[in-house]
Design a protein around this ligand. Structure first.
Ligand SMILES: CC(C)(COP(=O)(O)OP(=O)(O)OC[C@H]1O[C@@H](n2cnc3c(N)ncnc32)[C@H](O)[C@@H]1OP(=O)(O)O)[C@@H](O)C(=O)NCCC(=O)NCCS
Length: 133
């Protein structure tokens, strides 16, 4: 995981950031397909250590990432793509106000079986409304 982060970071420092907890590397978050002209990007997060799931870390990190996207980069739209059946990830994005906007049918494979990808998005005014509510 560390090698993957270092290799990608050297290509573009904003692409991938490691998540560490008390010095332990537990995952990474990313901003991909950043287009500041149109004002959009794709966000992602993986916590690779199951003992760190469900403790609020994912939501905290994604909130920081979204603050960067909307408040610093002034983006209009963030996209998140989740494999169908990844309920934890879907729950994370829904809890942050992301809206399911469509489905890419059979667009990936999970454990050798074809699976849909669910597209979620959050727009700047929705981010702002959630932040101030
Ligand atoms: C998905 C992931 C990033 C979420 O991070 P996390 O730290 O476990 O999640 P949090 O504890 O911050 O929970 C965030 C929200 O997700 C939702 N959630 C958590 N566990 C859930 C579950 N099992 N089912 C549905 N929703 C769930 C909750 O609504 C929670 O919001 P709330 O606190 O307002 O109720 C992390 O669990 C993970 O990386 N899992 C494995 C890898 C993976 O599937 N990555 C996604 C690739 S896109």
């Amino acid at each position: 995981m560390r090698e993957h982060i270092e290799r990608t970071q050297s290509a573009d420092p904003w692409t991938l950031r490691g998540i560490s907890l008390e010095g332990r590397l537990i995952g990474y978050c990313s901003i991909d397909d950043l287009d500041t002209m149109i004002g959009k990007a794709q966000v992602g997060i993986v916590i690779g250590e199951p003992d760190c799931w469900g403790c609020g870390i994912g939501k905290h990190v994604m909130a920081l990432l979204l603050a960067h996207c909307f408040e610093k980069l002034k983006l209009h739209r963030a996209l998140a793509i989740v494999a169908r059946g990844n309920d934890r990830s879907r729950g994370l994005f829904e809890s942050l106000g992301f809206v399911h906007e469509g489905t890419l049918r059979d667009a990936t494979q999970v454990d050798g079986a074809r699976s849909d990808l669910l597209c979620y998005s959050l727009l700047a005014h929705e981010y702002e409304a959630n932040r101030t509510s």
